[in-house]
Design a protein around this ligand. Structure first.
Ligand code: SAM
Length: 209
């Protein structure tokens, strides 16, 4: 099995930002996310969470999703190891006047300060960017980021093509990576994906009962 080379991966992703090869960047949060944000904020209010919902956005890129969570009132950390992505995300948040904390870090190696620190991990096009041999590490790191009642909510692109990134993500790929760590709670096919991203599904995973 190939070994994950963090520096090469981070440099490779940063180069994509430097060269403007960022075709995955939708420039805004997709409809499925906006719906999930409304539902998550309602759920959080119903449960009487006196504090703000704490959300981690791994592989946040330029931070459009992180901004959408912050706009809805969540306390957000966006994490990415591509230096330029973090810089651009920070500038976008400043321009929007929204308080997002961006961290330049490898999502596979969670800082101890983030262990158990989140109610929700929002995942879009990070899992599919992680080489197959490192996905298990991603699953473990993301579950460690969640507090006991926390959940990972992901929007996954099941394009069915060979190779990557972005790698094809079928429901079984997610379930395999998270097996024994988090388990499926809910899943649905997305009907209003942006045309370049069909088909997609949303899956919610929580701690094993
Ligand atoms: C396909 S892009 C998606 C970016 C963003 N989620 C979006 O939808 O615009 C994947 C992102 O994940 C980041 N990434 C990949 N592997 C990572 C890792 N191990 N740690 C931190 N960031 C990572 C890349 O730098 C890149 O910004």
């Amino acid at each position: 099995m190939t070994e994950y080379d963090e520096r090469a991966e981070a440099n490779g992703w940063n180069d994509r930002y430097v060269e403007g090869r960022t075709g995955w960047d939708l420039g805004a949060a997709p409809p499925a996310l906006l719906r999930e944000i409304r539902a998550a904020m309602d759920r959080h209010t119903e449960r009487g969470g006196g504090r703000r919902l704490r959300v981690l956005v791994p592989g946040c890129g330029r931070g459009h999703d992180a901004l959408a969570w912050a706009r809805a009132g969540a306390e957000v950390v966006g994490m990415d190891f591509a230096r330029l992505a973090v810089k651009e995300a920070t500038a976008l948040a400043e321009r929007a006047g929204l308080p997002v904390r961006y961290v330049e870090a490898n999502v596979l190696e969670l800082d101890p300060a983030f262990v158990g620190a989140f109610d929700l991990v929002w995942e879009q096009t990070c899992f599919c960017a992680i080489p197959l041999e490192a996905r298990r590490g991603y699953a473990i790191a993301m579950s460690e980021a969640l507090d006991q009642e926390g959940a990972l909510l992901g929007l996954f692109w099941n394009h069915g093509n060979e190779g990557g990134p972005p790698f094809d993500v079928a429901p079984d790929h997610v379930l395999e990576a998270f097996a024994g760590v988090l388990e499926e709670r809910d899943r649905y096919a997305v009907s209003d994906s942006v045309p370049a991203r069909t088909p997609e599904f949303v899956m919610r995973l929580g701690r094993r009962a």
